[in-house]
Design a protein around this ligand. Structure first.
Ligand code: NAD
Ligand code: PRE
Length: 307
């Protein structure tokens, strides 16, 4: 693999930032990696892990002379990072992000982007329930989608360069508008997490079942929920607050469908229950057939165990 960028600045060095750092280094995609994060402790840990070539708590310093800037912070911090870096970006630089919501990130960042910089919002559909610099691992993006949500008049050459970068990481790249992205992700990613947080919270609140029983008898279906419900609270609070409309729309649909199922169970309508479960089983089969089941729940954990 050849060098694609002279200097890449990574702003935020948690699960996603550190995974990017490993792969950029492993694949030789940059001559220099500059790591920036707010907290001195996190920065120190990133240095101990050898994630970059240079380390700073100043995002402004990090982006000076960077050809590619990747912002990997909780989506609610996007505006403050954009404000911090806007005066120090190199003309012609590409600025991208990895945030799980897109319309809000664009609204927060675009107004602060200088006209001579290419701002291309992005979102890799890859991750685990872990967070922080120790959670990252090489190969996280391999075989996974990365969705770009370009803004009006995006430069085609910059778009191609960023596409080549993600393809070098092994990702498949798609483009769509931010509102559509937010609706799709609300159902395939945000709702599953919200449901997981909720079901684990419900189990925890049950007075007739003790906590030790929840742990002792935790069947594998429930355990899968606990994995999602162990995800980073800051990240997921921000996702909920920054994709509010799409999440509320999907939650309304979900609640209606749940009421239908609840009614069928109450009235013993086995045919309705059977029809629904047959339909949903076919979805799983299509996902497996399309080769999209690389993300078996412990995909991340296996990779981490090998570290
Ligand atoms: N975790 C996932 O599965 C996943 C997958 C795809 C995309 N994302 C998105 O990627 C982004 C990062 O997620 P993550 O899982 O790496 O989170 P993380 O909690 O592991 O890391 C976040 C990093 O951002 C830093 N940070 C926070 N506020 C900052 C600020 N104002 N300035 C500079 N640094 C700041 C933190 O110190 C930390 O280094 C989020 O927007 C998230 O929505 C996450
Ligand atoms: O597999 C997981 O643990 C994840 O939460 C990853 C996941 C997802 O929902 O698939 C989470 C948030 C992202 O924005 C992208 C990927």
């Amino acid at each position: 693999m050849s060098v694609q960028f002279d200097r890449i600045a990574l702003i935020g060095i948690g699960l996603i930032g550190s995974s990017l750092a490993y792969d950029i280094r492993r694949l030789g995609l940059a001559r220099e990696i500059v790591v920036a994060t707010r907290s001195p402790d996190t920065l120190k840990r990133a240095e101990e892990l050898g994630l970059g070539d240079r380390y700073t708590t100043s995002s402004q310093d990090a982006v000076k002379d960077a050809d590619l800037v990747i912002v990997s912070v909780p989506v609610g911090a996007s505006e403050s990072v954009a404000k911090e870096i806007s005066g120090s970006l190199k003309p012609g630089a590409i600025v991208t992000d990895v945030g799980s919501t897109k319309a809000s990130v664009i609204a927060q960042m675009l107004p602060h982007m200088p006209a001579d910089v290419h701002f291309i919002p992005g979102h890799p559909l890859a991750g685990t329930e872990k967070s922080g610099p120790d959670a990252g691992f090489p190969g996280l993006f391999e075989g996974r989608w990365c969705i770009f949500t370009p803004v009006a008049d995006t430069d085609e050459t910059a778009l191609k360069r960023l596409r080549s970068f993600w393809e070098a990481l092994g990702s498949k790249v798609d483009e769509m508008d931010a509102e559509h992205h937010d609706k799709v992700l609300a159902i395939v990613s945000h709702l599953p997490h919200i449901i997981a947080y909720n079901i684990v919270g419900t189990a925890d609140d049950l007075e007739t079942v003790t906590e030790s029983e929840v742990i002792k008898y935790s069947a594998s279906g429930f355990r899968d929920f606990t994995r999602l419900a162990a995800s980073d609270p800051t990240m997921w609070r921000d996702v909920c607050l920054h994709n509010r409309d799409a999440i509320l729309e999907m939650l309304a649909r979900f609640s209606e469908d749940l009421a239908y199922l609840q009614r069928a169970i109450r009235w013993g309508e086995g045919d309705k229950i059977f029809e629904l479960f047959t339909r949903t089983r076919a979805i799983r089969r299509s996902i497996v057939q399309a080769g999209q089941d690389v993300d078996a729940p412990d995909f991340g954990r296996h990779a981490l165990d090998k570290k």
